[in-house]
Design a protein around this ligand. Structure first.
Ligand code: ATP
Length: 478
């Protein structure tokens, strides 16, 4: 793990953003709990997403489907047969790796050594292997041919490559037999597909329209050592947009644009975001691109935009025997709509924002750590600090907090030197601090300290709400 990444993990724990799950028992790998500040940050992000997707589009409705679904769902979707990672074990160290990632690591190494031609050749072989009938064998052949060694032990002592299904299963009801096996959903999308007609009819939608959902998904990830980047239990925010066949590329472009803008509006710098075109299209897709963020661990996916064709609805029609067709009243045609999906990880967005916001700065010879969250996302928007604990200052500060609480999330703090209190609030990303001093009690004005510039304004306490709302509305990311 990089230094910066470790600092973010440590701050997350120290300040109550994110804890290891079941920590008192030694933790459970790749599962995490959100603490008081983390839950606020996460909630602010999911609310912004819901607002951008559901509230602002008259033709998109929300859904909250169950995690447990009829097991045939996952036969139809292809997950039972094909939702797997190609894994290979180092026999010496017993460490397990994803074969495609080992090869990607080898390609990066060749590039760093200036061997671009070799890198291009192996890259092409990787693309071919991922698309091959027997991908496991093709990946194995590359590892053998290139003599790729284990990153941890340095040995060349591999097992075969095997496909490992990522779905968690359990049994439903009192009897444990294979017929009662069900799965924890590995994506939220299928809950949307099986409810296609329910939502269309009750929402009185005509194609094109969308269904949006935020919910948990579960994957038994094998290589999961990167904090909340790759978890076994995580949350997705997905929207499936149903269009007339042939109109999917137009919708794909529209959603590509809207979704990139959403990340920029969260305060992410444009230089930290890029598009990545899939080398291998999933079995259901006719176009797929990811939005990647430059994490301290490198460029990685945050969101996928996929054109899923009519694969899912068609498959559910076949497996359930229920028609998934739509009758288009405009053209009097019947068809199974095509689907463009936007799928973003909520936890991965939390991590993106933590990484983006984290800064260490020198101020007057001292260093400060600051999380530069956009004020709409910051877990706490305003800190209220009486300069000292006497002379009517705490009383006035409490009155101000009561008023501001109606509009913002607030934190009252009267303990210790005011400079230390500012530092603590900087470290959790609070964009504004109100300080109540002697003059405030006498004249009714307070200082507003701005987190990023540390500039202070003096304004009448009665104008605070309007002033802060204006600041948030006109916010520019620094
Ligand atoms: P990856 O290649 O990183 O495994 P994926 O392509 O399998 O991701 P999708 O199935 O497209 O991911 O899921 C959509 C989004 O869900 C991803 O962009 C990511 O933000 C999030 N996501 C997927 N798997 C995980 C996970 N194990 N932990 C946290 N978030 C995840």
């Amino acid at each position: 793990m990089s230094d910066l990444f470790e600092k973010i993990v440590s701050l997350s724990k120290r300040r109550g953003f994110i804890f290891q799950s079941s920590e008192i028992y030694g933790g459970l790998a790749a599962t995490y709990d959100y603490g008081p500040l983390g839950v606020e940050l996460k909630r602010n992000i999911s609310q912004r997403w819901w607002n951008a997707m559901v509230q602002r589009h008259e033709n998109i409705s929300g859904l909250d489907a169950a995690i447990l679904m009829h097991p045939t769902t996952w036969k139809a979707s292809g997950h039972v047969d094909a939702f797997s990672d190609p894994l290979i074990d180092d026999k010496t160290s017993k460490m397990r790796y994803r074969a495609d990632q080992l090869i990607e690591g080898h390609i990066d190494k060749l590039r760093r050594k200036g061997k671009d031609e070799d890198a291009d050749r192996v890259y092409q072989a990787l693309v071919d292997a991922l698309n091959a009938e027997d991908a496991a064998k093709a990946l194995y052949d590359i590892i053998m041919g290139e003599e790729i060694r284990s990153p941890d032990s340095g040995m060349f002592d591999w097992t075969e490559v095997r496909q490992f299904n990522l779905m968690f299963d359990t049994t439903i009801g009192p009897v444990s037999n294979p017929d009662n096996k069900i799965y924890l959903r590995p994506e939220t999308a299928q809950g949307i597909f099986v409810n296609f007609h329910n939502v269309r009819e009750t929402g009185r939608h005509q194609v094109p329209f969308g269904i949006a959902q935020i919910g948990k998904a579960f994957r038994n990830e094998i290589v999961a050592r990167q904090f909340i980047f790759r978890m076994r239990e995580f949350e997705q925010m997905e929207m499936q947009y149903f269009v007339k066949p042939g109109e999917q590329m137009e919708a794909f472009e529209q959603w590509r644009e809207e979704r990139m803008q959403w990340h920029l509006d969260n305060g992410i710098r444009p230089s930290k975001l890029r598009w990545h075109v899939h080398e291998k299209l999933a079995h259901y897709a006719d176009a797929a691109q990811d939005i990647q963020y430059e994490f301290p661990i490198g460029w990685q996916e945050v969101e996928g935009i996929h054109s899923r064709t009519d694969f899912d609805l068609k498959a559910h029609q076949e497996y359930s025997g229920k028609k998934m067709e739509y009758f288009d009243p405009q053209t009097n045609e019947k068809y199974i709509p095509f689907v463009v999906e936007t799928s973003v990880g909520l936890d991965r967005t939390v991590l993106t924002l933590l990484c983006e916001a984290y800064r260490e700065e020198e101020v007057g010879g001292e260093s400060r750590t600051v999380l530069k969250f956009h004020p709409r996302l910051a877990p706490i928007t305003v800190g209220i600090l009486p300069l000292v604990k006497k002379d009517g200052m705490p009383e006035m500060a409490h009155r101000i907090e009561d008023e501001l609480r109606q509009h913002f999330s607030t934190s009252y703090d009267e303990k210790g030197a005011v400079g230390r209190r500012y530092r603590r609030l900087d470290e959790i990303g609070t964009p504004f601090c109100i300080t109540v001093d002697g003059e405030s009690v006498e004249e009714g004005s307070v200082t507003v300290r701005h987190r990023d510039t540390m500039h202070q304004d003096r304004i009448p306490a009665e104008n605070l709400t309007a002033y802060l709302l204006g600041q948030i509305r006109d916010w520019k990311t620094s």
